[in-house]
Structures are given as C-alpha cells and as structure tokens.
Design a protein around this ligand. Structure first.
Ligand code: SF4
Length: 732
C-alpha cells in the first residue's frame, strides 16, 4: 500500500476574517482515519503578503513601471502618498488582527491613515460614529483604507483581486471552459505570484502526494486552477482532487476534458466519501471504477465514476472539524458596513458547524432541493454537536460559532440550546433559519439564553400570494411574528429578500417593499438584502419552467459549468430599475432613514400604490398566540437565577426571582411557594439532564397538588404566574 500525504487547500478567496470550514471538516475526518493531513488557506496568506510593506512596495514599483497614460486617475494621489501607505500598512494589519488595539485612537484621529477614494467618500457614515466605540470606528476606517488599496491593486497589477473574491467573473456561469483556459494561459498577475509563493512554502513543508482543492464559490475557481496549474508544472506526480460547493452546483454535467489538464479528479457533494475513495484508489486498495461521485478523464473523455458500494458517512462518523495548521491569529477582523448584522459576516473569527445536514423543509421551488446539500436531511445528535463545540473552543480559544445550515431546524436548535445550558457553556452563536411558527417567543428566549445573538432567514417576497407560489410554507404575518419574537429575546434578525420571482408583478414587489418597510419600522428586522431571482438548473423551477410560467432562454452548453439559467417571464419579470429602488430603500431602512415615508419614493419611475394597509404588520404583531395553552406538548425550562425564599407573615412566603436585568417579587402561600420552587428546580438545566427530564406542561397540570387541573388553569391567569414566566420560566 502506498501511504498518502494530503494537503487540503482553500484557494483565494473567501473571507479574510475567518477560514472557510471545508478543509477543517475534511482534515478532522481524514485525521481520525489515520491519514497525514495538512490544510492551508492561500487566500489569507496571499492577502497578508500583499498587505505588507514589502508587498505594497512591489505594487507601487510595478505601477511606476506602467506608462503614465495607462495609470488610472484615482491611483495618482495614492502614488503620491506611497510613503504613508508603506509606513501604515503593517500597523493597520496588526490592529485588524487584534494584536495592537491601542492604535485605534490614532487611526480615529484622522491624520494617521492616508485617504484614498473610499476613505474620502464616507461623509454619509460620519453620523454613525457617535454610536460606535473607538475600536469599531477605527476598524471601519482601516477597512476603507484596505479597500482603497485593494481597488488600486485591481486597477493596476492584478485585475482579479477583490477583498473577498478572486476573479469571480471568470467562474460565474462559465458554460464554456475556453475563457478560463485563456485566463490561465496569461502570465501570472502580481497577486497570483504571491499565491504561488505561499503554495511553494506549503509544498516544501508537507511534501504531499495528494492535494484537495476546495472550491466553494465561483470566486475560488480561478485561484484553484492557478494552484493546480503550478503544481502540475513543478510536481507532476502529485494528484489533485477538486470539490466543494461550486462543483456540486455548477459542474454536475461536466464534459470538458481540458479541465483535467489541471486536476485529476472532480468530486461532487459531500467530500468525505469521494476523497477517501480517491485516497484508497491511489494506495492501490480500490479500482477506479469504485470511486464515489467522481469525474475522471479517460482517453480524452470525461467519465463519471460512482461504483463505490459504501454510503455517505453519517454525522456521527465525520469526526470533529479541526482548524489545526490555519493561521487563526492572523485573520483580519474588518468592518465593511456599520449595520450590526452585516458585521457578523466580516468581523470576528467564527467556528463553523452545522446543526443538521441539508434542509428539513426542502420544498421551496427556487431552491436546489434535489441536490444533496439541501435534499438529504440528517440532524446531528445534539450531544455530538456540543462535544464538537467544546472541542473547537479548546482548540481555537474562540467561543463564537456560526451554524452554517441552509435552515437550522427548530427542534435541533432547542436541543442544542438546552445542552449548552446544561453544560454551562458560554458561547455566542448565529445561524440561518426559516421564519416558521415553531420559533415561539419562549423558544427564542431559550436560544438567546444559550448564546444566540442573530438569525438570518429567507423572507423572500413579503407577499402571501408569491410565498404560496414558491412553497415557502410561511406567511408574511407569521414571519413578522417570528421576527418579533427573536427581537423581543434580544436576537438580531436579517431577512433575505428576492424580487423578480416568476409571475411576480411590480405591484406585488411594491407591496412586498411596504411590508418590509413596516417590519423595519416596527424594529422586528434590523437588516435585509434584496437579490434578483435567478432560475437554477437543479431547482423545481429550473427543472420544470413551463409549469411555473417561464421560458428558459436556450444557451449553448459547452461542457463546463451549468447552473444559472436566463429566463423570460411573460406574466412578471421585474426590470432592473426595480431592483435599484429596492436596494436604495433597504440601504436607508437599515440606517433608520425613510421608515415613515411612502415606499414609492425609492423608485425612479411611477409604481402602483401598495395594496395593503399601512398597519398590516402592527395588526399581525397584535394577534399573539396564547402562550400557555394547557393542552400543549411543551416542557418547562427555567433560565432565571436561583430563587430566594423568605418567610412573609403567617404561612406565606416572599419569593425573589432574579434575572440579569431585574428581580420579580412574589408573595405566595407557603404551599404555593414550595410547589413553585420545586417546579423551578426541576426545570433548571443541569448537566446532561436530557429533554425528557424537564417537567411537561401536561403532567404538571394533571398533577397540580393545590386543586388539580382546574386550579392550575386559574393559576395561569394570575399575576404571580405571569411574573414567574417573565423571570425565566419558559415553555418550550
Ligand atoms: S430555500 Fe431554505 S427553507 Fe427553502 S428549501 Fe431551500 S434551504 Fe430549505
């Protein structure tokens, strides 16, 4: 058997504040199976090499070698400030890495950083600084400074460069491989060279026999193939496997042999089984025909190999992801937008896990529900998940978690929250959810108590007719109530929105904007992003466009990527000026501007008046479900502090129920106080209690010792009960 040494690479460029988790998962998995595995994030290494005195010196030197007439006008003032840029770049990087916080005051002084075009054009944001601390203000200015340098680099020495993507346009909707091959035939750009230097360092240090390239997005494809090209040239014996989200969605119909000039294997869907099969094949333990979901080239043709008899690994068999080997202390916490929800994406280091594989709903007609990453639902056992949380905290020292599910299941989140509380783990976490009614106000409070700080979810088109057509399974009123419950629990809410859905008229889009305005005005969402509907090849709409009323525009498929489809929509089809109006509206709403104004003002052309009441959201929020339905299947959980009991008159007690913000003060008969204290004790999370051990509402009612079920129903209406619920007695 030939032992395999594996180097897993995240190619430029995903995020610069935290590693993309794919290699961490595969490293944990392969390590647990005894392989020698290393991982590298060439994106952050390339960025750090660029944002250094030496890197910038080379940028300026190369720009000075460009004929003057070809130097962009915006670059000239920056060239004049070369020395200031060189003197400040490394201190700024250290500051954004959290290694020199005292520099913040100097950055805020305004005289320290040279000002490029973006830094100069920030007058709109100045008002917000009053609400930001020095550190945030300085990080925002430092981010603008880096973005200015990034723009300069892109316009002069590396047209592919962006702060969070690399040559994205090359990988997007690339039906033909020809433009990609052309780009790869060109000489290396300056940032390509930096990437190659980082690559050689890892090749020498690890001497791999196999390289795994993780390509999650179109903006990673060019970098991945540049890496593959360089390796094939210098280390022709090394085998290269390409996989990840881009391959899973875009390369399912791959029929382009030239891709295999760069890589040897292209695998689809979850990477563990396919990669393991490739390693076993290369070790002589498995025939090529027994690979798993993998394309190879054979006699200059692309061939699909899927003869493995084994199934995919279950959640419990995957091992704990590990970030070992990634430069965790060197990521840059940038602050791109002042909006607090947007900050979570770019700011801070987040350990990434999933509560489940796939989506438990898997019905939305625009979504890739047929693909494995959505369609194969498997929940992670909560104990396993929290074991992984503990392992990652021990390894990284970071207590922030981003649960990167497509839509985390409410039951899974509840179990996760209970176990976090039972183990007394203090973490901060956020993730993606569906705005469904299972997220009751009490469940939201439980999630908040376990460390949830934010959720994002698809509100899509805030119009009930369209939500029904897209089989979203929610109504706008439900979504508003769920968002309100999160907000009441102190959890931020971000809504994903869509326009141009098949059959959606401009009137429906305007109605949708009006509902979104009302939700911002009511404070139930704090952040939103509106994108244009795009039919994709693997969604129900893409697979059967006619029954959704659209026609797919025929496009020549030349054997490479196939996912995004262009379509004609005779009944709807919002023009792009609508999108611009929506973008403007949401941008202002996130800053608290224009919340009481007519939504039609945001569009450049006349649009219909929204056909809904201006208090539709307020009315929806006013219609609350009864909390304590005695027939419910819920259980009591106590999230308040330890109660204090003291005698109060004859056969009465005073109970103080403490919370972090206030105390609730109850005067009860001794019998009633004892019963309540017992209930609270039984409902308090203690280590490894397990969901079944919490007292159920049904049993508690039936067994109520102070008069039976009828007396219990009376109790539910008392102010003492309401105070107890308020202090932290949840029903979940
Ligand atoms: S859009 Fe979200 S909720 Fe709907 S099927 Fe896809 S992942 Fe699930």
């Amino acid at each position: 058997m030939i032992p395999q040494r594996v180097l897993l690479i995240i190619p430029p460029l995903t995020q610069i504040n935290t590693p993309y988790p794919s290699t961490a998962y595969l490293t944990g998995f392969l390590t647990a199976r005894g392989y020698d595995v290393w991982q590298a994030d060439l994106g952050i290494e390339m960025v750090l090499a660029l944002f250094s005195r030496d890197g910038l010196s080379q940028v300026f030197a190369r720009i000075r070698g460009i004929p003057e007439e070809d130097v962009p006008a915006a670059a000239r003032p920056m060239l004049a400030l070369q020395r200031a840029y060189l003197d400040t770049i490394e201190p700024v990087v250290r500051f954004l890495q959290g290694r020199d916080p005292t520099l913040g005051t100097r950055i805020c002084s305004g005289a320290f950083l040279p000002k490029g075009p973006r830094s100069t054009d920030m007058s709109d944001d100045v008002g917000a600084f009053g609400t930001l601390g020095v550190s945030d203000h300085a990080r925002y200015l430092a981010t603008l400074y880096l973005e200015d340098i990034g723009d300069l680099v892109r316009e002069t020495v590396a047209p592919q460069f962006g702060l969070s993507r690399y040559a994205e346009s090359i990988g997007t909707s690339a039906g033909s491989f020809a433009p990609i091959a052309d780009a790869l035939d060109r000489p290396l750009s300056f940032t390509d060279e930096l990437m190659a230097q980082a690559l050689w360092h890892h090749m020498e240090a690890t001497d791999p026999t196999v390289i795994g390239l993780s390509v999650p997005f179109p903006g990673n494809l060019y970098g991945a193939l540049r890496i593959a090209q360089a390796v094939k040239c210098r280390y022709p014996a090394v085998r290269i496997v390409l996989g990840g989200g881009y391959a899973n969605t875009e390369l399912r119909q791959l029929n382009e042999p030239r891709l295999f000039d760069y890589v040897d294997y292209v695998s689809l869907d979850d990477g563990e089984r396919p990669l393991l099969c490739v390693l076993e094949h290369l070790s002589g333990k498995r025939d090529e025909a027994e690979l798993c979901r993998t394309f190879v080239r054979s006699h200059d043709r692309v061939v699909w190999r899927d003869g493995a008899r084994e199934t995919d690994f279950g959640q419990g068999e995957l091992g704990t992801p590990t970030y070992r080997g990634l430069p965790m202390e060197r990521y840059l916490s940038v602050l791109e937008m002042l909006n607090p929800m947007h900050r979570l994406w770019s700011d801070g280091r987040w350990n990434k896990l999933t509560v489940a594989h796939g989506c438990y709903w898997k019905q939305c007609t625009f979504c890739d529900v047929g693909l494995d990453y959505i369609g194969r639902y498997e929940a992670s056992p909560s104990k396993l998940l929290v074991d992984r949380v503990e392992a990652l905290i021990a390894e990284t020292g970071q207590t922030g978690f981003h649960f990167v599910d497509e839509a985390a299941p409410p039951a899974g989140l509840k179990a996760l929250a209970l176990l976090l509380l039972e183990r007394g783990l203090t973490i901060s976490w956020w993730g993606n959810i569906r705005f469904e009614q299972a997220f009751t106000p009490d469940l939201c409070r439980l999630l908040a108590a376990s460390g949830c700080i934010a959720v994002s979810g698809g509100l899509e088109v805030a119009s009930d007719h369209v939500l029904e057509r897209m089989k979203k399974g929610i109504t706008v009123d439900h979504a508003a109530r769920v968002a309100h419950a999160f907000k009441q629990a102190g959890i931020m809410v971000h809504a994903y929105l869509m326009y141009g859905f098949p059959g959606e008229t401009i009137a429906e889009t305007v109605e949708s904007l009006e509902r979104v305005r009302q939700m911002f005005a009511a404070g139930v969402i704090q952040s939103a992003f509106w994108h244009r509907f795009m039919a994709t090849a693997h969604s129900p709409i893409g697979l059967d466009p006619a029954s959704h009323g659209i026609r797919i525009t025929p496009r020549t498929f030349e054997g490479f990527a196939h996912n995004d489809l262009t379509h004609e929509d005779p009944a709807g089809g919002n023009p792009s000026w609508v999108g611009e109006g929506l973008r403007k509206a949401v941008f202002n709403y996130m800053r608290g501007v224009g919340l009481e104004d007519d939504v039609r003002q945001w569009f450049d052309r006349l649009v219909p008046r929204p056909g809904i009441r201006c208090d539709a959201t307020a009315r929806a929020l006013g219609r609350r479900a009864r909390l304590d339905d005695p027939d419910g299947e819920r259980r009591f959980v106590w999230i308040g502090g330890d109660p204090v009991a003291e005698p109060f008159g004859h056969d009465r007690r005073r109970l103080i129920l403490p919370t972090c913000t206030h105390d609730e003060d109850l005067r009860l008969s001794s019998a009633h106080a004892d019963w309540l204290l017992t209930l609270i004790r039984r409902a308090t999370p203690v280590r490894e209690q397990g969901g079944e051990a919490y007292p159920s509402l049904k049993d508690t009612r039936c067994q109520y010792p102070l008069g039976g079920p009828k007396a219990f129903d009376v109790l539910l209406r008392t102010s003492a009960w309401k105070k107890t619920r308020h202090a932290g007695l949840l029903l979940v």
